[in-house]
Write a protein that binds this ligand. Structure first.
Ligand SMILES: Cc1cc2nc3c(=O)[nH]c(=O)nc-3n(C[C@H](O)[C@H](O)[C@H](O)COP(=O)(O)OP(=O)(O)OC[C@H]3O[C@@H](n4cnc5c(N)ncnc54)[C@H](O)[C@@H]3O)c2cc1C
Length: 392
């Protein structure tokens, strides 16, 4: 067995949690080494460039109000393009705009008058935005809010399914509250160069060994799959799968991308589907951040719950039903099936779990905090703070 020199801190995994941890350590004058199994940083936040299109590994957005992201990221350099507040709802064979009731009361009232959301529901939405009370499932929190079933089914259910990546809305209302708070405090955005640029910005000037898979970890040491052993003052495991797995499993999703000659619905809107069929939600990322498509083209992204093989025939039928026969000119670019997209977060699932596993061994990642970029960043920061405080 080869035993290499000792390092200050070793961080296993260069997803956003590991990167946030390393950044905090560097800011405190420490010299962490990151070990990453794949050939690039980012973990679940990566962007491929295909024929000039930016394809994120699954549709995801950065809500600009995330406190951890605001503290750590240089938004000016990410140059994010934002989505409209609210959404376009597909129901009863039509598309209707629903503006955020907090941000655009006038437009929102128009949507109410247009019949998307009943007047009673407007008050229920505002109540829900103030917090859902005792922890329960999201489905039950929506019921308790007094909102009509029609509004839940046409808007809230598909909108939240697209965020939680699960069908039955069994996700904890704590996470619901966090999501609604984040989305109402600021717009959702896409960085100019893709979601992956969040990770590449975090990785700047860090010491990272990619293509390096860790087999086992212990206090003050890691063993690589090559058999090499590295010693360190502290080891932070910033991924599921080595010392733990999410207690309640994973939610999966499939994201399908098309190259289209023009945006089927102009403007940076999230479209949620309230009338069934394979597509849960859809958007045109290049309407929010033009760099997502080459000049003169549009990128269409749609999400299907679950990570099974997507039925592209059924997807095509639904798209033609929505946008007409012009859809036949769209070119399928790529589908991403992501079975381990988000850790499940049921009632009582988890809050912040302990960072310290044993003397010199720490763990972080979204699965130990909550399933979002903010959760991953917070968890990485907390791990760094634990390392720093234990070695002060
Ligand atoms: C499709 C999709 C949509 C999402 N949408 C949103 C959204 O809209 N908004 C939001 O806030 N969040 C969203 N998320 C969640 C967000 O992306 C995650 O919460 C976050 O990226 C998790 O980061 P992490 O560092 O905890 O874990 P990971 O990203 O999983 O990082 C773990 C890293 O460890 C590495 N690794 C694993 N095993 C080893 C090993 N043995 N040795 C070395 N390295 C190893 C992995 O390769 C990986 O790079 C979405 C996620 C997905 C997949």
């Amino acid at each position: 067995m080869v035993v290499s020199d000792a390092y200050d801190v070793i961080v296993v995994g260069a997803g956003v949690a590991g990167l946030a941890c390393a950044r905090r350590l560097v800011a405190a004058g420490r010299v962490p080494l990151l070990l990453e199994r794949s050939d690039c940083v980012g973990g679940r936040v990566k962007t491929d460039v295909v024929d000039g299109f930016l394809l994120d590994h699954g549709f995801q957005v950065l809500p600009l109000a995330y406190p951890e992201a605001r503290a750590l990221l240089d938004y000016d350099r990410l140059d994010p393009g934002t989505f409209e507040r609210g959404a376009i709802i597909r129901s009863h064979g039509r598309f209707r705009r629903l503006a955020d009731p907090r941000q655009s009361p006038v437009r929102s009232l128009r949507a109410l008058a247009g019949g998307v959301v009943g007047v009673r529901d407007g008050a229920a939405v505002l109540k829900l935005l103030r917090g859902s009370g005792d922890e329960t499932t999201t489905a039950e929190a929506l019921r308790r809010s007094g909102m009509s079933r029609a509004t839940v089914e046409r808007f809230f259910a598909p909108f939240l399914r697209g965020i939680f990546l699960e069908e039955h809305l069994t996700t904890s209302s704590r996470f619901l509250d966090f999501v609604l708070r984040s989305f109402s405090a600021g717009p959702a955005a896409l960085p100019r160069n893709g979601m992956g640029s969040i990770a590449t910005q975090l990785a700047e000037s860090l010491d990272i060994r990619t293509g390096t898979a860790v087999a086992t970890v212990g206090p003050h040491a890691v063993s690589l799959e090559t058999g090499e052993q590295l010693r360190a003052g502290a080891v932070v495991v910033a991924t599921a799968g080595i010392v733990d797995e999410p207690a309640h499993g994973w939610n999966g999703v499939t994201c399908v991308y098309y190259d289209a000659p023009e945006a089927p619905l102009p403007g940076p809107w999230l479209v949620v589907n309230g009338e069934g069929g394979p597509i849960n939600n859809l958007c045109v990322p290049s309407e929010a951040a033009p760099g997502y498509a080459p000049a003169g083209r549009s990128l269409v992204s749609l999400s299907i719950l679950g990570a099974g093989e997507p039925d592209l025939e059924a997807v095509g039928r639904q798209l033609r039903g929505w946008f007409g026969s012009g859809v036949t000119e769209w070119r399928h670019l790529r589908s991403y099936r992501i079975p381990r997209a988000l850790p499940s977060y049921p009632v009582g699932g988890f809050g912040s779990q302990s960072i310290r596993l044993s003397d010199g061994l720490y763990a972080c990642g979204d699965h130990r905090e909550h399933p979002s970029l903010n959760g991953a960043l917070a968890s990485g920061r907390r791990a760094a703070e634990a390392v720093l405080s234990d070695s002060a």
